[in-house]
Ligand binder design. Structure first.
Ligand code: PHE
Length: 340
């Protein structure tokens, strides 16, 4: 009896017809009152009790397999019929379901890169794990100078000389060390600061740094470049304003505001009713920095600027909470599906 049951199980396994007549035949053969399975259960009553355990298990398996197979094939057969009933065009390309989309930060980064590429800036990258010299010392941060506290740094415990870069300005240094002027590059990348995570701050974010070194580069060149960028990035009537500021690696230094993209300068929550929003830091590269990178500061001068990509993305798409950028919630990401 065991052999017979095993054979039926194997037979059921290979059965795959979807036609109505075959399926009905299957049902009559196995599943009806007078079908094979019920007959086997009757026979089961008569076998010696020491065989009951093993045969009983096989018999149950047969019953389950037959029922499952029948349900599955019936469902498939119904589906196939409904396709043909609807006159569906089966030659159409398949619907592949959900497509992914570019992350808003990538969209904005790419747009910034394109704007600067159009005026001859190349793209450079550098390491995120960096040494103190490239992050601070070469950029004119004196040892123990309070300016080092401007940026809360993640240091590597066993090697206090190594840290996660706090800004992309370290790439500036690498570029100047390894190349001869004229230099004209933008440097996108992730940076890290030891900050509590909230809607307005994160322990990592993204910057794009810009650097232009040549003979006779002036503050007017910096201003004009940033005005061009702002108009391209936001809209043609965007205005800029520069406020004096301080960075150890630029002199003079400034912070740049643009006229508020939300209210056009009339005053709203985004610009805290001032009509202006700060978007970047900039300045003329300090001669000490040029000398640290073996560039003759009596021949060359240059400007640098650095901006947060999250900030620009916020202004473009009004994203209120920074954490959304790194949570990968598809409900958030999907909103950018049709943005090129
Ligand atoms: N590195 C500065 C920061 O992280 C930005 C900056 C870059 C300022 C270049 C001036 C020049 O805030």
């Amino acid at each position: 009896m065991e052999r017979t049951i095993t054979q039926y199980i194997a037979e059921i396994e290979t059965f795959s017809s979807l036609t109505d007549t075959d399926l009905e035949q299957f049902r009559l053969t196995y599943l009806t009152k007078n079908g094979i399975i019920n007959q086997l259960f009757d026979e089961f009553k008569t076998i010696p009790s020491e065989k009951k355990k093993i045969v009983g298990q096989l018999l149950n398996q047969l019953k389950i397999s037959a029922n499952e197979k029948y349900e599955l094939l019936k469902k498939l057969s119904e589906q196939t019929q409904s396709y043909s009933d609807n006159n569906s065009d089966l030659s159409l390309t398949a619907n592949y379901g959900n497509f992914g989309s570019r992350h808003p930060m990538s969209l904005v980064r790419n747009e910034i890169i394109q704007i600067f590429s159009r005026i001859g800036f190349t793209i450079e990258e550098g390491p995120e794990i960096e040494d103190d010299w490239h992050i601070f010392t070469a950029l004119n941060f004196q040892e123990d100078h309070p300016a080092r506290d401007m940026q809360d740094t993640f240091f590597i415990e066993q090697q206090p000389d190594i840290a996660l870069r706090t800004h992309t300005s370290s790439v500036q240094v690498r570029l100047m060390q390894n190349n001869k002027p004229p230099l004209r590059a933008i440097m996108p990348g992730r940076v890290y600061r030891n900050e509590a995570i909230s809607a307005r701050a994160h322990c990592f974010f993204h910057q794009i740094e810009g650097l232009y070194i040549d003979k006779n580069v002036s503050f007017a060149d910096l201003k004009q470049t940033l005005l061009y960028f702002s108009k391209e990035m936001f809209c043609a009537d965007t205005q800029i304003r520069l406020r004096p500021s301080y960075f150890p690696f630029t002199e003079p230094s400034a912070e740049m505001d643009i006229s508020c993209t939300i209210c056009g300068g009339k005053g709203c929550n985004m610009c805290k009713k001032t009509g202006w929003v700060e978007i970047l830091g900039c300045g003329m590269v300090d001669p000490n920095v040029l000398e640290n990178c073996r560039i003759d500061s009596s021949v060359y001068s240059g400007f640098a600027f650095g901006m947060g990509i999250e900030r620009i993305t916020n202004l473009k798409y009004s994203v209120k909470d920074l954490r959304l950028f790194s949570e990968n919630d598809t409900r958030f990401l999907k909103q950018f599906q049709n943005v090129l």
